[in-house]
Write a protein that binds this ligand. Sequence first.
Ligand SMILES: [Zn+2]
Length: 373
Amino acid sequence: MSSSEGSKWVSRCVFGSPPNLSELDELAVLYHEQAARNTRDYVRSWICPDCRKEYKPIQNMLVDLPPFSCDDCGLKNDAAYEWRITQCLINGVSLDFKVYDQNRKPHCTLYSVAATIDATRRVEGAKKGLIISTPLDVPEMAKTYEQVTGFELGKEPPEELFETYDNCSLIMEVVKAHGISFLLGEYDTLLQNKCVDLPPIPRLRIKSYFRVDRNNVLLITRLLASGYPLTAGMLHGTLYWYLKGDQYYYAPKCATTADAHAITLIGSGLASKNNMPETFYSARDSHGTKSHPDHKMRDFGADFFLWACDITDVWGLRGCLVSRDLFQFHVTSDVWILIWSIKHTLITKHIPYPWTNSRDESFESNYVMILTM
Ligand SMILES: [Zn+2]
């Protein structure tokens, strides 16, 4: 942080440390028995060929991973595997979502943060058996960011950024304080314009965010397997635009931070690179469902693979919460949208609330209590 001292914005950013391995172990034990998981577990044990010591698979909340390496001799397990958060079914709920589209604007970090938030809330909902899918209004978030910071998103002055090029902490800070708005559709916009008495649209905020050491590959793979999607930086060159889905990207070594791009890490795997076992991450871009096309032509778009050594920065977040002025509850976003829609409909139709005698403030407290019980 020495290079960023004295600068206005980056010095205000407060980020914590990522969940540690024992926290992830505990999460695995808590959910292993409770949640109905339909994921590909790599349950095979591994015996180190040198030491003859047996290692059990690493248990995680979403998916169990093959043993990483030998504790005694450090030999890396070379068993190939590949998995993604978006392929998981938890309590019957799919964690898949559509690839975002930044529309050729230099907004990659914001869109990958949005995808990280989107995947996080889906994991949180699925733990309770709920599908959480109300669309996020990312363009509105870009406007909020520019209003709050006074910078043009993607063109911030270097001295205001983390290590002079990374705007992720600034974006996380704004999402922590101001949240991302939900996209409520044309009909709701029409009503908003007509009626001044409507409650404000709820916003989704993050509880906190953290930075992960990019060299800690074991922790990164375990965070992903524990339901923590991550926002990561990478360097890219011209060939990046020709990359197809499920292909490995070899980042250019001579690139500068001017060629930096942000993507969302949504899974991990192991493959052979120059005849050596090497971890890679499944990466989700934000150039729409048609980018990196492959033979599968999925409606939700395609992902690609990025070698673990090619990522430059890694950020994650803890928990999403929906806030509305005075009210901050750990209620899932879609439940809030439901409450908002009911209240919205009643106000626009001038019908008194059926569950209270008067239109008083007890509406929120009553209803939220019922839902969170
Ligand atoms: Zn060994």
